[in-house]
Ligand binder design. Structure first.
Ligand SMILES: NC(=O)c1ccc[n+]([C@@H]2O[C@H](COP(=O)([O-])OP(=O)(O)OC[C@H]3O[C@@H](n4cnc5c(N)ncnc54)[C@H](OP(=O)(O)O)[C@@H]3O)[C@@H](O)[C@H]2O)c1
Length: 210
């Protein structure tokens, strides 16, 4: 698949590396695609990736991943240009800069804001409720970390489920895009445990069933 990833940081880098390794064609959309930092990321990932401007990466891709800081996300989505019909994966957590809580929530979410800004796109919230380290390696011994996803377009959600399963996650379908109101606080709890309570980043959610 042709996957555009907007943002070359922890999440974009982790997902891009995994999907490129699995044979997908990954194009990073960056504000500075020629920078030493982005060149170094391309060199480290190797085959199957390239970097360009945000609009070009979005135009070239059937799937566009938004992996930008919350305060930069509206501008990043706008810089993508026309996203109608594309699958947009929103990884963004609208947390405060000091990790003390979320900027928005309960009656809306970053997922719903991205869906509003990316008019006509098929938005799926995914890859937000765990750390980037778990995207590099979701296995915990013989079990594997869960990845909750949500979105209103069932076909788009099936594609994102496949991409998450290829990486190795167990996927939980959490329903429509308004469930991003639940997935973002879930991420906030993960951040609180990992950083504020110093449990470290090698922690992940698992839903038990019987
Ligand atoms: N870190 C995690 O473990 C984790 C896990 C799940 C979800 N998330 C969420 O995923 C999103 C990305 O997190 P991250 O940790 O990957 O962030 P990051 O390492 O800071 O990278 C964000 C990337 O976004 C791009 N960007 C565009 N506009 C920007 C701006 N105004 N300021 C800074 N960067 C800008 C940058 O790429 P260019 O410089 O190439 O444009 C940057 O590399 C956030 O919303 C975060 O809440 C993070």
């Amino acid at each position: 698949m042709d996957i555009g990833i907007i943002g070359t940081g922890n999440v974009g880098g982790a997902l891009g590396r995994r999907w490129a390794f699995l044979g997908h064609n990954v194009t990073f959309g960056s504000r500075e695609p020629e920078s030493d930092r982005v060149n170094e990321l391309m060199r480290r990932i190797g085959a199957g990736v390239s970097a360009t401007g945000i609009a070009d990466a979005a135009r070239a891709s059937e799937i566009v991943v938004i992996a930008t800081p919350w305060p930069a996300t509206e501008a990043a989505v706008a810089a993508c240009g026309d996203l109608s019909g594309k699958i947009v994966i929103d990884c963004v957590n609208p947390h405060k800069a000091d990790f003390s809580g979320l900027e928005i929530g309960t009656d809306t979410s970053a997922g719903e804001k991205v869906a509003e800004w990316a008019s006509g796109a098929r938005v799926v919230k995914a890859f937000n409720a765990t750390g980037a380290g778990n995207m590099r390696e979701p296995a915990y011994g013989r079990t594997t970390a869960d990845m909750p996803i949500c979105g209103d377009d069932e076909d788009a959600k099936a594609v994102v489920r496949g991409l998450a399963e290829e990486i190795g996650f167990d996927v939980i379908d959490a329903g429509g895009i308004t469930s991003a109101r639940l997935l973002e606080p879930m991420a906030m709890l993960w951040i609180h445990l990992a950083y504020n309570l110093e449990q470290g980043v090698d922690i992940a959610y698992k839903l038990l069933r019987r």
